[in-house]
Design a protein around this ligand. Structure first.
Ligand code: HEC
Length: 141
């Protein structure tokens, strides 16, 4: 009899351990998601240079539908204030190329980006400046 009791306690201990483990994992999983959602909520908006401010207006006209407010992404396109697009990985020319020729989906699952018409090379430089200033203010350099 006493042996059975210890067996039961042993099983109960294992059950508790499993529950604690699963709950912990779920919380970790939630946290992970909260972070990617929270990134937009805690985005730092810096004081913009004149070029970047002009870039913001151009961005809001031409890019916001997919790349979202302050380039934090939407259901249609990725955030550009994201480590993937840090200057060393996606130099400024990749912005110009994206606008002129479009982008073949390769980092995400949103599909391809079509070329964006009616945006001059100077406009793209300003938009890029805007995104770079947002990136820098948020530790992406
Ligand atoms: C119709 C939706 C849409 C619009 C509008 C749009 N984009 Fe995109 N863009 C995308 C998608 C989707 C991707 C991601 C493709 C991938 O890598 O999977 C992307 C990727 C990019 C990239 C990354 C390029 C690379 O080399 O990986 C840049 C830079 C970019 N867009 C800039 C812009 C700018 C600037 C504008 C506005 C002038 C703009 N986009 C407008 C959908 C859009």
């Amino acid at each position: 009899m006493p042996k059975k009791l210890t067996d039961r306690l042993y099983l109960a201990a294992i059950a508790v351990a499993v529950v604690v483990g699963v709950v912990g994992w779920m919380q970790w999983f939630d946290d992970d998601h909260a972070h990617s959602d929270g990134a937009a909520a805690t985005l730092t908006i810096p004081a913009l240079s004149a070029d970047a401010a002009a870039g913001q207006a151009l961005f809001e006209e031409n890019c916001i539908a997919c790349h979202g407010k302050h380039a934090t992404g939407t259901e249609q396109g990725p955030p550009l204030v994201h480590r993937i697009y840090e200057p060393n990985h996606h130099g400024d020319v990749s912005f110009l190329r994206a606008v002129l020729y479009g982008v073949r989906a390769h980092h995400w699952r949103f599909g391809d980006m079509a070329p964006v018409g009616g945006v001059s090379q100077e406009d793209v430089a300003k938009i890029t400046r805007y995104v770079r200033e947002l990136q820098r203010a948020n530790g992406i350099e």
